[in-house]
Each structure stands twice: as structure tokens, then as C-alpha cells.
Design a protein around this ligand. Structure first.
Ligand SMILES: [Mn+2]
Length: 503
């Protein structure tokens, strides 16, 4: 029997040792780097935490979310902090903003510094206005103390992280090139405690996706699907943030890769015969999830929907079956493309030799985005391009957020998709090189189809990999859960469902 409880979730404990371990890992890596470069083991890592933002010129305060590198090292949820790590001793120092007296009237008790020391398991806590003096006192040598500041490129956004800034910086020597690549590399490999949080975010999001699957009906609005998800992750999972803006696309919107933004705000009415593509993920104590489910709004796949869905599911499964340390991500992307093209060829949508299609990069017409990305404190977690790695130039491959070889400890999304995007299909059908591969008559039946994406979060183990996402994926599983079967499905309940079902 399925439990009638709305959720089996219990918000996970947040171990602050997680951040102490992250700091230890960074210190080890920095010491190794300095020793290998014959440099003295001295200086401080200094990071500036995030600042609260207001809405334009108003006093409306946006809900604060800590800057990700700062969250990684210190786990601090409050704005306005600085954090330092003494590389020689490994000691961690936090600097808290000195709050005005009326903070206590409007925003609650002003916490003593001892509160932050205990909560965040650091060695020392001072006020921000004491930072210059404290760092100079701790230096204890002649000359200026050396600060390693965070400056470097985010290869997904093309924006740079902002190095810590404060008054009297001239009293320090600064190094802005060493820290970023080393800290980024630390974040690529997840510890067991980090993995547990990513797993929890996945458990919450998986359950919420299933709740949406059960409640979706024609006539509803896309934002109502979003609302069910948001309610579930917060009500039962304690997740106040999402990893990213929910993409709740139905019908032709499902081929708009980043649908759901302010100008396309998940506001279409669901129609009988639509596919839904829902890309939504909860965040818990900074660590996120990123899950996409695609299903027919009316609970029953059409023949065309099975063709496209199965092509993508085959790719999703083929990649996960092949993932293990030593496998390169570009090869996984190509495996996904090839699997999709083979499926489309079997159904007569594309014609000719699959290898020839691969040579002209035909897969990118149907899947213009990359196969997946690192996942952690950021949805697109950094480190996808380590120092010296160059972004490929070919269609499809140039959209890859990482081209790395898999190693144990990485968490990466597997998110193949197949879309019918006019802006890509029309020119490809006219292009003399690629046009010969298309069966225009057959493809015509998919004009308003939109697209399908299937996305799971996968952890690379020593031997292979582990899928952290737990949602119905097979066509029969989706149809059964939409018809009321519990998840996970037990076989006996399926039997009675089909016997009693409308078909
Ligand atoms: Mn993703």
C-alpha cells in the first residue's frame, strides 16, 4: 500500500564540519602548490562574502543567498562577512559586520561573535573593522602580509569573481592568480558530506517532480506545475531556494531551452496532447539539484511522443551505462547524439549513414546544448574547463560546459534532449551538406512538437557511477504513476491499474 502521507522527507542535518573539511582540502592543495613552486608556505586566503542587495533604488531587500566560493569554505548564511585562512597554521578566521543598534529592533537579536565561532566551527571571529589589524598581528613577520585573493573567470557566464576589497589594502601584498584555479579544482571533487547534501536535494526534487506528475492535467497553467513543485520542496523539504528558475514548458514551448524567464513566465495553458518538459531543482544548504522530467500532459504517450521520448531515454541510459573514471565527456556527448540519431533513423525521421551524420554534426540540430555540467553549490558548478583546456568550436560541442575526463568524486548532470527548433531545422534543411539527411515529410509531423529533455544528476564512483535522481523514466512507469501508481512502483499495483485502466 502507498502511504497516504504527502511526503517521506525529513530535512537533513547540516554538518558544519563539511566546510572545515573543504578548508583543509584547500590548505593542502595550496601548500602543495607553494612547495612545488619553491615558495614559502605563508600568507592568508582572504574571501569577501556576499552583500545584501536591494531592489533598484528602493528599500526592498532581496532574499540573500551567500556567494558560492564563500559558502564552500565557510558555510556562512549571513551577508557582509569576510573570511580568512592562515595557510601556515590552517586556522580559519571570520570577520562579522558590526551591526547598528536598531538592527535589534527590526531584524532580531544582534548575535555575539562567540555565536559565529560556535556555529561555523572557525578558530577566531572578529569584526570587519578589526580585520586589517588582526591580519597584520597574525602575520608576525617583517614586511607586508601576503593575501591570496579570488580572481578568475567563470567559464559558463564569462564573468569574473570579485576579489575581496577593503580599506587600507595597501598594507598588504596581494596575489590574485594563484587561488582561483586551485579552489575551483577543490570544488570539482565532492566529499561524502557534500554528496549527502546533493543527494538530499535530489530526494526532495525527485519527490516534488512526482507530485507534479500526479497532479498535471489539461486546462492547468504551467505556473501551477511550478507552484506545486515549489510548495513541495519548501513545505516538506525545507528548501527555500531553487538551484535556478523553474522551466515549466509545455507544447511548443518545450523547445525553448531556457523557457520560464521573466519574458516567458510559465503562463501557457496545458492542452490535451501536449508534452510537458519540466526542469526544476531544489537547493538545500547551498547544494543543489537539477532534474528534468518530460511527459504527456494527459498521461498517455502518443506514437510520436514515444519516438522522441525513447530516443532521448536511450541516450540518457547509454551515457549512464558508460560513465566511469577515464571516460571523456566529449565522447559521452557524441554517444548521446549518436544514440538519438540512431533512434530517429529507425523511425525514418533522418535518412542515411549515422557516421556521415556525425561528421556533419547533424546531432546539434536536434540537441544544440551540451550533454551536461558539473553540479554542486552552483547549478553550473565551476571547473568544467581546467587551465589550458580550450572550448571546442564545432556545433553542439561548443555548448559543452565541460570537456573533462571523468574522475571519481565528480557530480555531473546527464541531460540529453531532442528538440524541433525551427531556427535550427529550417537552415539545416536548406544547407546543401545536411539537407540530404532529413525526411522532410516525416519531420513535418513534429512541427509543433516542441522537445524532450531527460536530466539526472550522476555521481562518478571508482568503478562506474551512481544516479542520484529517482523519478519514473520508462514510458510505462510514467503512465502508471500518472494513473495513480505509487513510486517506486510495486508490480502488483501495476497489474490492477492496467486491468482497471481506461485502455
Ligand atoms: Mn542542467
Amino acid at each position: 500500500m502507498a502511504s497516504s502521507a504527502p511526503s517521506s522527507l525529513a530535512p537533513a542535518e547540516v554538518p558544519m564540519e563539511l566546510h572545515a573539511r573543504n578548508r583543509e582540502k584547500l590548505v593542502r592543495a595550496l601548500r602543495n602548490h607553494l612547495a612545488a613552486s619553491s615558495l614559502p608556505i605563508r600568507g592568508f586566503v582572504l574571501l569577501q562574502g556576499g552583500e545584501e542587495q536591494t531592489r533598484y533604488c528602493t528599500d526592498h531587500v532581496e532574499l540573500f543567498r551567500q556567494e558560492s566560493f564563500f559558502a564552500y569554505l565557510f558555510g556562512v548564511r549571513e551577508p557582509g562577512f569576510y573570511g580568512a585562512i592562515d595557510i601556515a597554521s590552517g586556522k580559519a578566521l571570520l570577520f562579522a559586520p558590526r551591526l547598528p543598534a536598531d538592527y535589534a529592533v527590526w531584524l532580531g537579536d544582534i548575535k555575539p561573535l562567540s555565536y559565529f565561532k560556535e556555529r561555523y566551527l572557525v578558530d577566531l571571529v572578529f569584526y570587519v573593522d578589526e580585520m586589517v589589524q588582526v591580519l597584520r598581528d597574525h602575520h608576525g613577520e617583517l614586511g607586508k602580509p601576503l593575501l591570496f585573493l579570488l580572481h578568475g573567470l567563470n567559464t559558463d557566464s564569462n564573468k569574473h569573481s570579485k576579489p575581496a576589497a577593503f580599506e587600507e589594502m595597501e598594507k598588504f601584498d596581494t596575489d590574485v592568480s594563484t587561488l582561483h584555479p586551485i579552489l575551483t579544482e577543490c570544488r570539482v571533487f565532492k566529499s561524502e558530506m557534500e554528496l549527502a547534501l546533493i543527494q538530499y536535494a535530489n530526494d526532495v526534487s525527485s519527490e516534488a517532480h512526482i507530485e507534479v506528475l500526479r497532479k498535471a492535467r489539461e486546462g492547468m497553467k504551467e505556473y501551477q506545475l511550478e507552484s506545486i513543485f515549489l510548495h513541495h520542496i519548501y513545505m516538506y523539504g525545507g528548501c527555500r531556494h531553487c538551484s535556478y528558475t523553474c522551466i515549466c514548458a509545455t507544447g511548443e514551448n518545450s523547445s525553448v531551452l531556457h523557457y520560464g524567464h521573466a519574458a516567458a513566465p510559465n503562463d501557457r495553458t496545458l492542452k490535451d496532447g501536449d508534452m510537458a518538459l519540466l526542469d526544476m531543482g531544489a537547493e538545500y544548504h547551498f547544494y543543489g539539484s537539477d532534474i528534468t522530467c518530460s511527459f504527456p500532459v494527459n498521461g498517455k504517450f502518443t506514437k510520436e511522443q514515444i519516438v522522441v521520448y525513447s530516443a532521448v531515454l536511450n541516450a540518457h541510459n547509454a551515457v549512464i551505462m558508460s560513465m566511469r573514471p577515464g571516460v571523456n565527456w566529449i565522447d559521452m556527448h557524441k554517444l548521446a547524439e549518436k544514440t538519438i540519431l540512431e533512434s530517429l533513423a529507425r523511425e525514418g525521421l533522418v535518412l542515411g549513414d549515422i557516421e556521415d551524420m556525425m561528421v556533419v554534426r547533424l546531432g546539434a540540430v536536434f540537441m544544440p546544448h551540451g550533454l551536461g555540467h558539473f553540479l554542486g553549490i552552483d547549478t553550473h558548478d565551476p571547473g568544467g574547463y581546467a587551465k589550458g583546456m580550450e572550448r571546442p568550436r564545432e556545433p553542439g560541442l561548443r555548448a559543452l560546459r565541460t570537456i573533462r575526463t571523468l574522475q571519481e568524486g565528480m557530480v555531473i548532470t546527464v541531460e540529453p534532449g531532442c528538440y524541433f527548433i525551427d531556427a535550427l531545422l529550417a537552415p539545416a534543411m536548406e544547407d546543401p551538406v545536411s539537407s540530404e539527411f532529413f525526411n522532410c515529410k516525416e519531420l513535418g509531423r513534429y512541427g509543433n512538437f516542441g522537445g524532450v529533455r531527460i536530466e539526472s544528476d550522476v555521481y562518478v564512483t571508482a568503478e562506474g557511477c551512481k544516479n542520484l535522481t529517482n523519478v519514473p523514466r520508462e514510458v510505462w512507469e510514467i503512465e502508471a504513476v500518472m494513473a495513480g501508481a505509487p513510486w517506486p512502483i510495486n508490480r502488483s499495483s501495476i497489474k490492477s491499474d492496467t486491468e482497471n485502466g481506461p485502455s
